[in-house]
Design a protein around this ligand. Structure first.
Ligand code: ZN
Length: 369
């Protein structure tokens, strides 16, 4: 990208040294202009997010309500916004459903939990917004599915936000025996500390207090329950302690490897570009690890991104559809490319907004809503 600038700088330097005083002054002026342009170039050339959106759209042309939704933060009209958070929260709660022989969806159109059954009890991934939902959606959903909520052994919380930890304490209390043995609430140490730092908890409608600090995990740890192993992958970005577990699921005789992308949106604010840079690096690392571990299925904890409710509906109506959660390893890699492109588009926009004069000159048409 900067070859022509290097050319200006190099030629003007050589000219300044080798030719007459007048030519030398012109050459020095050219040299200084070159330096100015080189200094300006990261802003001028990185300022337009549309090339990243182009890439995301090319990779994911039909995925309007999947992870491509992450591109909406970059404010490009070509990516249509899905339903708002408020709209998703108001929609009728869908029935709990089996996604694989050992993995069940339980949740709302806004946020959801997954129940992974093992030979020694249940692992719950994420716990929705609050105790009411834990009782009336997760607990009731497990019973509706023929599963025993008292057999929950782990509640693995992807990250320390209220819409994922809110129901954890209810589930933990329910599944804890009188002798104190029972469910552990698992989160990264970084996000346990983030929650601690925000105490005291301020009650707000629809939110429950975070669970008391319990079990910490970090990158590379494994949680083993009976015949099942969950590998913990640190994917800092959405929060700096976000984790994205990898585990096996079964569909008849077929084994598939799942990664649950623990934190999706870039909602931490444009004043934290370094956090979005960490997110970008996490998508790149997750893509490598997904290939290494044979991940062919990528799920989320918000149906906006993994389209879990749409997929379960289609699968229930058409038994010949196959398992729509199984993307294949190549499509998982492509999905990470989409997520990365959306993150880069957003970071570029934030950088542009941090340069208000240049933003006005070069890219006046991409303001956020
Ligand atoms: Zn979150």
């Amino acid at each position: 990208m900067f070859n022509w600038m290097s050319l200006i700088v190099n030629r003007s330097l050589k000219t300044a040294v080798l030719t007459s005083p007048l030519k030398g002054r012109i050459a020095i002026a050219t040299f200084l202009l070159g330096l100015f342009l080189v200094g300006l170039s990261p802003y001028v050339f990185a300022i337009d997010p549309s090339s990243h959106i182009d890439r995301a759209l090319a990779l994911s042309p039909n995925d309007g309500y999947g992870f491509l939704q992450l591109c909406t933060r970059a404010g490009d009209d070509r990516v249509a916004r899905g339903p708002s958070k408020a709209q998703r929260m108001q929609r009728k709660i869908p029935p709990p459903a089996k996604a694989f022989d050992n993995l069940y969806f339980i949740g709302s159109h806004w946020t959801h939990a997954w129940a992974l059954t093992t030979s020694a009890g249940i692992i719950i991934f994420d716990a929705m917004d609050n105790a009411w939902e834990a009782e009336h959606i997760i607990h009731a959903g497990l019973i509706e599915l023929g599963l025993d909520p008292a057999s929950i052994k782990y509640i693995i919380v992807s990250h320390g936000h209220w819409d994922h930890y809110g129901g954890a304490k209810y589930l933990q209390d329910f599944a804890t025996a009188p002798d104190g043995t029972g469910a552990r609430v698992v989160m990264s140490e970084i996000d346990w500390q983030m929650i601690e730092a925000k105490k005291p908890f301020k009650p707000r409608p629809g939110r429950s207090a975070p669970p008391p600090m319990d079990m910490s995990v970090s990158d590379g740890d494994q949680i083993v329950l009976g015949d099942t192993t969950v590998k913990i992958v640190a994917t800092p970005g959405h929060t700096m302690g976000t984790i994205s577990p990898i585990f096996s699921v079964y569909d008849g005789t077929a084994e598939h490897r799942v990664m649950l992308w623990g934190g999706s949106s870039f909602n931490f604010g444009s004043d934290k570009p370094q956090q979005l840079q960490a997110y970008i690096e996490s998508t790149q690392r997750a893509k490598v690890l997904a290939r290494e571990y044979g991940v062919d299925t990528l799920i989320s904890n918000h149906a906006l991104y993994d389209r879990a409710i749409d997929k379960l509906g289609l699968m229930s109506r058409n038994v010949d559809s196959g398992n729509l959660f199984v993307l294949g390893q190549q499509s998982v890699a492509t999905t990470f490319d989409v997520i990365e492109a959306c993150a880069k588009a957003t970071l570029t926009k934030w950088q542009a907004e941090a340069q208000p004069l240049l933003t006005r000159i070069v890219n006046s048409s991409s303001e956020l809503e």
